[in-house]
Ligand binder design. Structure first.
Ligand SMILES: Cc1cc2nc3c(=O)[nH]c(=O)nc-3n(C[C@H](O)[C@H](O)[C@H](O)COP(=O)(O)OP(=O)(O)OC[C@H]3O[C@@H](n4cnc5c(N)ncnc54)[C@H](O)[C@@H]3O)c2cc1C
Length: 421
């Protein structure tokens, strides 16, 4: 069977793959996007029922299409986001083939491209863009054995409180996922524990502007890739209930906050004594952001309404002042645990080049060391905004430019070869 040839193959039909297709199309580069399931699959099947975008509709979108049925300051639900990307793919006429899985991409012996094995045969491609996402393999740290009788799931399997056994729930991890899930479970009337690690929690709105606007004008979205050894600090933000994530308020409503889950022995979960510090660090970063926003408003003469409520802190709850360091899970009635502890990468299908300690192909701003290999959608690929809807579109623009540059260099090589130079 003849091998299908394509100039640039994009692997993954999520937002990264769609953005890449738009920019490759604009550069006039022949390409194909392969998606093993459906467009925006992760938004369909790896999110809980009530999930809404963290950013408002004016921000969490691509520049060339708005959400026509949503107020720009409102937050799109996950199903609406799926429809958005389906519509977007149609608008740009993206050549996406769904239901095709890529098994491997191996450099050709002559170094001029890749042999790509897929569930529908072999493809030869000059370039390969890995747009397979940053949230690939759910991580559940090996703290509590699987045979304790306690239901343990990762946040990507959580749908709603009704899916969990009756009784108390422990959510581990308080980034955007963990804090939203714990809040929802508490609101459903369950006794809820939340293990809170280091985090940042920007104000949902401050002085009449939302956090996406502030992070934009203050240049935070554009902060460049930090040193690879820098610890990632999760960000706790939610468009769900129209308010800033406030752990003190959660505790006031009855949530039991604890530190990082560390050890499990004979039914007892030991937690680190780091809760107060984690809360204090998150609040200090929050206050620093408000200060920075105020300074910006002064510097640029912005007439914004005052917002004293944003700075008023609720009293320190007892669970922070007198932290729980051990939970007897049975006595506390905890019959289910949700691990909102993030994801690992899986680039095992890329059969070339070096990978760093997190399993990322070694790259600079998405351009891998292996000629013709590109990665997109990873945190800090070029800057803080990189894994998010708005940021990935701009990274894709940059990579398409680099692929176009390489294309003209490749053409020269082909031309020289043709004329035996
Ligand atoms: C719970 C959660 C909420 C989030 N909320 C927001 C938000 O509100 N706003 C925001 O801007 N960002 C948000 N993000 C971050 C980010 O926007 C999403 O994770 C988004 O799904 C990433 O898009 P992507 O295209 O990079 O990757 P993905 O959506 O993961 O898409 C990758 C695609 O590649 C396919 N694929 C993988 N391997 C192969 C293979 N070998 N062959 C073929 N296809 C393959 C997968 O099926 C998948 O469809 C959120 C992330 C999470 C986890």
């Amino acid at each position: 069977m003849p091998i299908e040839k394509i100039h640039t193959l994009v692997v993954g039909g999520g937002q990264a793959g769609i953005a890449m297709s738009e920019h490759l199309g604009r550069q006039g580069i022949e390409h194909l996007v392969l998606e093993r399931h459906r467009i925006a699959e992760k938004w369909r099947t790896s999110r809980w029922d009530s999930l809404v975008a963290n950013g408002p509709a004016w921000h969490d979108r691509f520049p060339n299409m708005t959400f026509d049925d949503i107020d720009p300051s409102a937050f799109a639900g996950k199903d609406r986001i799926v429809r958005y990307f389906e519509d977007y793919a149609k608008q740009i006429n993206a050549p996406i083939r769904c239901g095709v899985e890529v098994f491997s991409a191996t450099p050709k012996a002559d170094g001029q491209g890749f042999i790509v094995e897929t569930s529908e045969g072999t493809i030869e491609a000059r370039n390969v863009v890995a747009a397979t996402g940053a949230f690939q393999k759910p991580i559940i740290p090996p703290v509590i054995p699987a045979d304790t009788g306690i239901t343990q799931i990762h946040s990507n399997e959580y749908r709603n409180p009704a899916q969990l056994p009756e009784d108390a729930v422990l959510v581990i991890g308080a980034g955007s996922s963990g804090s939203q899930i714990a809040d929802e479970i508490l609101r459903s009337g369950r006794s809820t524990y939340l293990a809170v690690g280091p985090h940042e929690k920007p104000p949902l709105r401050y002085r009449g502007k939302d956090f996406c606007w502030w992070l934009g004008v203050l240049g935070h979205w554009n902060i460049e890739t930090p040193d690879p050894s820098t610890e990632h600090v999760t960000i706790a933000v939610s468009g769900a209930n129209g308010q800033t994530v406030d752990f003190r308020e959660f505790a006031e409503r009855g949530m039991k906050l604890v530190g990082k889950a560390e050890r499990y022995e004979n039914g007892i979960l030991s937690v680190a004594p780091d809760l107060a510090q984690n809360i204090a660090d998150g609040e200090a970063a929050y206050m620093a952001l408000l200060d920075e926003a105020d300074a910006y408003a002064v510097k640029h003469g912005l007439e914004l309404p005052d917002d004293p409520d944003a700075r008023s802190m609720r009293p320190l709850p007892d669970c922070i002042a007198n932290p729980i360091l051990q939970i007897d899970l049975a006595a506390a009635g905890v019959r289910s645990i949700i691990w909102a502890t993030g994801y690992a990468l899986d680039f095992s299908w890329i059969k070339a080049g070096d990978f760093d300690h997190k399993g990322r192909p070694v790259h600079e701003k998405g351009v891998a060391r292996v000629p013709g290999l590109y990665v997109l959608g990873l945190p800090w690929l070029t800057r803080r905004a990189s894994p998010f809807i708005w940021g990935v579109w701009h990274d894709a623009e940059y990579l398409a430019g680099r692929i176009a540059e390489k294309g003209s260099a490749d053409d020269q090589i082909d031309w020289r070869r043709k004329y035996s130079w």
